[in-house]
Design a protein around this ligand. Structure first.
Ligand SMILES: [Zn+2]
Length: 461
């Protein structure tokens, strides 16, 4: 028996879909509907039953599509939006040049206005792909102060939930690292009780963060606020960390007390077996970003191996896109390509999305986030992929990887607000945002090209 609605808001019913409940023991419910009121799901059950129970409820037709919990992205970079079509004068030869030739120039060229536009562009993409909760890792060194609030405002306008952080780095000087720390702490303090936005502390990667900065962070970081950091994305992280600080990244993070169940260690490709044992023991989370790893040519995380070793593995996009189901498909294909095994991927990859829910619940204090059941936040998406063959909990993952990951999203609902209805955005105007962004891009790119990549002298030659 489902509880009665928790609020007096009108009830809406999403019907005519295949409801995939998510959660630790996902169910696939054919012929079921989902009802919500305010920002909560109030009932899941046979359509006729819900119609009888909530007469007069507004109805939204899923048109046979797959109804999933709103997707969750554990690692995004909204600020990367203006990189599309941008060509550094010299093509990068290695990961160091990807950083100092592209990303560390782009982030320094950002202005408050282009931070806002980046966030809106990324938010529209998230909605388009059914993502309702994202963890963003932001950098805009020439406008650090207030940048997280700018992003938060854009996400509130869009209707998305998020955990935000500023990526602290000494790469442009210690004063900027401290300004990044201040920005994180201010945002965390201002959003402790916010219903859909929270902060955590971000670090770029341990190899661009000095011991002095880690000391300041450890002293000032509120207990239990977590940390979001790139780790072992490329061998460069380990090499520079050893050279500059005499310790491996994981060793440094551990020394400063940053490894716990709210530590999001993004990539983790080049962690040693000893590192992975520390990560597993500390319950820290490795966030896998397969499309980004392929794009940067940095190597490939063996998800099945690290999961078998006891590491918790989650999934992100690293700014490559906002399409989580495509990232999931890339994770499976990467396992198969890497292992040269056509059966690989189905052992550990189904767990990735469940882990994303588990982690997001911790940060947002929402014990049922990522699950379709009464009491959970009304975060839903309908993928326009009516199953062409029988579907059940047993073969759901195959339907996701080979069908849903390639299909557009028809409806996106977040905290009860319909953000996308029949492919049409309801909270943002993506065309107008893109037009505004195209007007802002030439100025941003001009600033980008005026920044000398050689100024980023942090990396060894
Ligand atoms: Zn990243």
């Amino acid at each position: 028996m489902s509880p009665e609605p928790f609020s007096s808001s009108p009830v809406q019913i999403l019907h005519n879909g295949v409801v995939c409940t998510g959660g630790a023991e996902p169910e696939v419910l054919n012929g079921n509907a989902v009802a919500w009121s305010g920002d909560r799901i109030v009932a899941v059950g046979p359509e006729a039953e819900l119609n009888e129970r909530f007469p007069g409820a507004a109805r939204l037709d899923a048109r046979g599509g797959m109804v999933l919990p709103g997707l969750i992205n554990l690692h995004h970079h909204l600020y990367s939006a203006f990189a599309r079509g941008l060509a550094p004068a010299t093509p990068p030869r290695d990961f160091g040049q990807v950083l100092d030739g592209l990303w560390w120039r782009l982030d320094r060229a950002l202005s408050p206005e282009t931070v806002r536009l980046s966030a809106l562009l990324g938010a529209a993409d998230c909605i388009r792909w059914g993502c309702t909760t994202l963890f963003d890792h932001h950098a805009s060194p020439t406008c650090i102060r207030g940048s997280l609030s700018t992003i938060a405002e854009a996400l509130e306008e869009a209707g998305l939930s998020a955990v935000l952080c500023y990526e602290i780095s000494d790469r442009n000087g210690h004063h900027e690292a401290l300004a990044g720390l201040d920005e994180n702490l201010e945002f965390i303090a201002g959003h402790q009780d916010h219903p859909s936005l929270r902060g955590t502390v971000g670090l770029h990667a341990s190899f661009t963060v000095s011991d002095e900065t880690l000391n300041a962070m450890a002293e000032r970081r509120p207990e239990g606020c977590g940390c979001h950091v790139h780790v072992a994305e490329d061998r460069l992280d380990l090499q520079v960390s050893e050279l500059a600080f005499g310790a491996a990244p994981v060793e440094r993070l551990q020394r400063w007390g940053l490894l716990d169940e709210r530590a999001l260690l993004v990539h983790g490709i080049h962690l040693t077996a000893a590192d992975r044992a520390v990560v597993a023991d500390s319950c820290s989370v490795i966030v896998h970003c397969p499309e980004s790893n392929a794009n940067n040519g940095v190597g490939r995380l063996d998800v099945e191996r690290v999961a078998a070793e006891g590491c918790t593995v989650a999934l992100g996009t690293d700014g490559m896109s906002s399409a989580m189901l495509r990232s999931l498909r890339a994770a499976v294909l990467g396992q198969r390509a890497g292992r040269r095994d056509p059966a690989a991927g189905f052992a550990a990859c189904p767990q990735l999305m469940t882990t994303n829910s588990t982690i997001a619940r911790r940060f947002l204090d929402e014990p049922l986030l990522g699950e379709i059941e009464p009491g959970a936040p009304a975060d839903l998406c309908v993928v326009d992929s009516p199953p062409p063959t029988p579907i059940s909990a047993d073969n759901l993952f195959g339907h996701l990887v080979y069908g849903a990951s390639e299909a557009p999203v028809r409806h996106t609902i977040a905290r009860g607000r319909v953000l996308l209805e029949d492919f049409r955005h309801m909270t943002l105007d993506p065309l107008a945002i893109a037009e505004e962004a195209r007007r802002a891009a030439p100025g941003l790119w001009e600033r980008f090209h005026a920044i000398d990549p050689a100024r980023c002298d942090w990396l060894p030659t």
